[in-house]
Ligand binder design. Structure first.
Ligand SMILES: *Cc1c(COP(=O)(O)O)cnc(C)c1O
Length: 356
């Protein structure tokens, strides 16, 4: 095995995915699995398919293309509103997308008509988190523009994000506003728009509690399935495994050193001026993983007697003075990643992603 590695326990992710699928099914909600947490890894798409998820979402066409090329049978949805420059590729790579710009939707429609494909768009609505989306008061005018579409793009419904840019939490109230927005658009365009899609993991809480308003029928989820956490509500989801992913790195040096640096301290490699506390001589291990590979504030050592001290691009320094193990070069040390650390590992070409 090559290190550093991000190790994915397939069985645990599958069980998490099944638990979410079952909960949502019991509330009349379909689940679409978001693959961006592991950079659109086709092996994750396969797990989502096995769990009964209805489709695969990713924010990058690059990832959706990988999934398509792997032969995945599920429909694909681009969930970052598209760049105009990628519409041609979008039309042949994904069946669905989230959009929030009328000009972009019209251009996509033209491209789909000329290349003889059809594409479903969900209108992204901003119900308060202030990232992408039509502002609800703009909808009547936007909906009138949609009457001019030439049949390449079909509007399938609406979608919203919660707790992404500003941390605005989902509530039965703002979800109900989303359903109302769908009704406004559908009324003006004069056709059925069945889908009301919400995301991400923070929406699970409302669904669990049986409080999702009538009409909400799709959940897009990533974090909960992979990590068992719900960052927005700051909770561990009680029925999901929180230990499916592990980051493992190799020790390349371990020795006793003073806790105070020797010499005048300026700024370190990342422009920070570190502060030190004199704790006498400490035993420190250096791991061959660094800030290029992982977000060091967002990993927790599995050995609770190990403390992260600092890191540079390629080296992670940990204090192992109190560890039960006598670490030496060649030993492995493992960590539990949180969302940003998982993203960083999955995108670092230096980190091997292993499904086992
Ligand atoms: C990332 C993302 C999700 C998934 O969010 P999680 O909180 O990781 O479950 C859902 N929808 C959109 C648009 C996203 O970008």
């Amino acid at each position: 095995m090559r290190y550093p590695a991000l190790i994915v326990d397939k069985e645990k992710v599958l069980n998490n995915a099944r638990a979410v699928a079952e909960l949502c099914r019991s509330r009349g909600i379909d689940v679409w699995g978001v693959a961006k947490g592991l950079s659109g890894d086709p092996r994750l798409a396969e797990i989502y398919a096995d769990a009964g998820f209805r489709g695969i979402c990713d924010s990058r066409l690059h990832n959706l293309r990988k999934i398509k090329d792997s032969g995945s049978s599920l429909p694909r949805q681009l969930i970052r509103i598209a760049m105009t420059s990628e519409l041609r590729e979008l039309a042949v790579t994904a069946e669905m997308s989230l959009q929030s710009d009328i000009g972009t939707i019209k251009e996509l429609d033209r491209i789909c008509v000329s290349s003889g494909v059809s594409h479903e768009v969900l209108m992204m609505i901003d119900v308060g988190d202030l990232r992408e989306g039509f502002w609800p008061t703009e909808l009547p005018e936007a909906a009138r523009e949609l009457k001019d579409l030439k049949g390449g793009v079909k509007i399938g419904g609406v979608a919203a994000n919660f707790a992404c840019a500003c941390g605005v939490l989902p509530t039965p109230g703002n979800m109900a506003r989303l359903v109302e927005c769908r009704d406004v658009i559908a009324g003006i365009v004069g056709c059925e728009m069945p889908t009301v899609s919400v995301g991400g993991t923070c929406c699970l809480k409302i669904i669990e509690d049986g409080l999702a308003p009538e009409g909400v029928n799709v959940l897009r989820i990533c974090e909960g399935v992979l990590l068992g956490t719900d960052t927005a509500f700051d909770r561990v989801v009680p029925y999901l495994a929180g230990d499916a992913l592990t980051v493992t790195a190799e020790v390349v040096e371990c020795r006793q050193k003073p806790s105070m640096p020797v010499g005048e301290v300026g700024y370190q490699a990342f422009g920070e001026k570190p502060v030190f506390i004199d704790r006498g001589l400490r035993k420190r291990a250096i791991l061959a993983i660094g800030r290029q590979d992982v977000n060091i504030d967002r990993i927790t050592p599995l050995d609770e007697n190990v403390e992260i001290v600092t890191a540079s691009s390629d080296h992670l320094i940990v204090d192992v003075t109190n560890a039960g193990v006598m670490y030496k070069a060649g030993d492995l040390m493992s960590f539990r990643p949180r969302y940003p650390a998982m993203l960083a590992c999955a995108t670092s070409e230096y980190v091997e992603v292993i499904f086992e």
